[in-house]
Write a protein that binds this ligand. Structure first.
Ligand code: ATP
Ligand code: MG
Length: 382
């Protein structure tokens, strides 16, 4: 210990002194403990009587060169009495305090640095989460454009085959005689269907690519942390239709779609974000119904609110899972199929629109997701 510790018997003889006590006495008094330094010589005149009487005395003792001791004297009356002295070197205490302050400041600096690191880590984590969300949103249009390119390739084969047929006719001595064969080729290759489907295919692929472009732009905006979306008055049904166009590929194999559109006023919203919500919930419905089933898409208008309801004939959601479906990364789908972000992203978007998503699900019957939105946004948001 840094403190000097001394014990004297009632008759003034010394019973114990630690090394610090020896050192302190050597430094402060003209004699040391082993060469005539007595209890009386160490302390002011009134110290010992006061300690005998009150049990305790303490005081500051000054010496040359600015050194100062804080001394506590405790008296114990048993067995003829004994004194216990505790001596503290004030310079040393001050130096120690200063050392503590310095360490405190150093710890503060380290703490601030650690906090900054933590913030950085959180930012990275949320960028990671964002990247997963973006991958999720980009995957759908890419899949859709990819499948359209497949169809396009088939159509091109057919169209080149038809060109071949024309060419053969043109080069034959009697082109008119070939007309029947050309008609037959047209029929066989379903050219009428192709000429109807092709422009639609192109439009929808273009929409898909534009969607990806928009998402990438959104991501860029986000990384600049100044998202600049504009609120628009929008026909919700148009948004539903274009969303259905884009995801139809995902639904068409197992889904019978029923539409029950009500009369809706234009709704103030961020249209591309709302479409993302429709897409997530519709795709969930399609994935829920498995082999074959129905998705009912209905809309309505009540007071200053509109609602969009997507109901499926899937297996329903167990009551204990309903609480969790909006949590990020909650998924019951196999790895690679679901990231568990669809509903959490949707929840965020609808909340931003000052709306809500109600869920009603019965096991064995199906699930109903109802998005309720105000027709107009509160002033500040818009
Ligand atoms: N219509 C539904 N019927 C039954 N369960 C559903 C339905 N919609 C959502 N769920 C449940 O909620 C979970 C979370 O849905 P969410 O859309 O957030 O993620 P995901 O579909 O699993 O993955 P992701 O959308 O990211 O591809 C689903 O895994 C599923 O268990
Ligand atoms: Mg989903």
């Amino acid at each position: 210990m840094f403190e000097g510790l001394l014990v004297f018997r009632g008759d003034g003889t010394r019973a114990y002194a630690n090394d610090a006590a020896h050192a302190l006495c050597r430094a402060c008094y003209p004699r040391d403990l082993d060469h005539g330094l007595t209890l009386e010589l160490m302390l002011p005149r009134d110290a010992l009587p006061q300690a005998r009487e009150a049990g305790h005395w303490s005081g500051h003792l000054s010496f040359g060169q600015g050194s100062m001791l804080l001394v506590h004297v405790y008296f114990h009356p048993a067995e003829g009495g004994s004194f216990l002295l505790l001596m503290q070197d004030l310079q040393r205490i001050r130096a120690y305090e200063q050392e503590l302050l310095r360490r405190h400041a150093e710890l503060n600096v380290r703490l601030t640095a650690a906090q900054e690191k933590l913030l950085q880590a959180e930012k990275l984590a949320s960028i990671g989460q964002l990247a997963a969300g973006v991958a999720h949103e980009i995957n759908n249009p890419i899949g859709y454009v990819h499948s359209n390119l497949g169809s396009l390739q088939e159509y091109l084969h057919s169209l080149f085959a038809l060109i071949d047929a024309y060419e053969r006719a043109l080069r034959s001595p009697d082109p008119r005689a070939m007309l029947a064969e050309i008609d037959e080729t047209r029929e066989r290759l379903d050219i009428d269907f192709i000429s109807r489907d092709l422009p639609q295919l192109m439009t929808e692929s273009r929409e898909g690519i534009e969607r990806v472009t928009r998402i990438v732009k959104d991501l860029k905006d986000f990384s600049r942390s100044e998202r600049d979306e504009s609120w628009k008055l929008v026909d919700i049904h148009a948004g539903l239709e274009s969303t259905l166009n884009i995801i139809w590929n995902e639904l068409k194999y197992n889904t019978t779609l029923e539409k029950h559109y009500g009369d809706l006023p234009p709704v103030e919203c961020l249209p591309s974000e709302l479409n993302q919500v429709f897409m997530n919930i519709l795709i969930n419905a399609g994935q829920a119904i498995g082999e074959r089933g129905t998705v009912r898409l209905s809309t309505g208008h009540e007071g200053d609110q509109v609602w969009i309801e997507i109901a499926d004939s899937g297996p329903g959601i167990p009551p204990e899972a309903v609480q969790k479906i909006f949590d990020p990364f909650f998924t019951t789908k196999p790895v690679g199929k679901g990231t568990g972000l669809g509903l959490s992203i949707s929840y965020g978007i609808v909340a931003k629109h000052h709306g809500r998503i109600d869920v009603d699900s019965t096991l064995g019957e199906g699930s109903r997701f109802r998005i309720v939105l105000p027709v107009r946004q509160p002033k500040a948001a818009a």
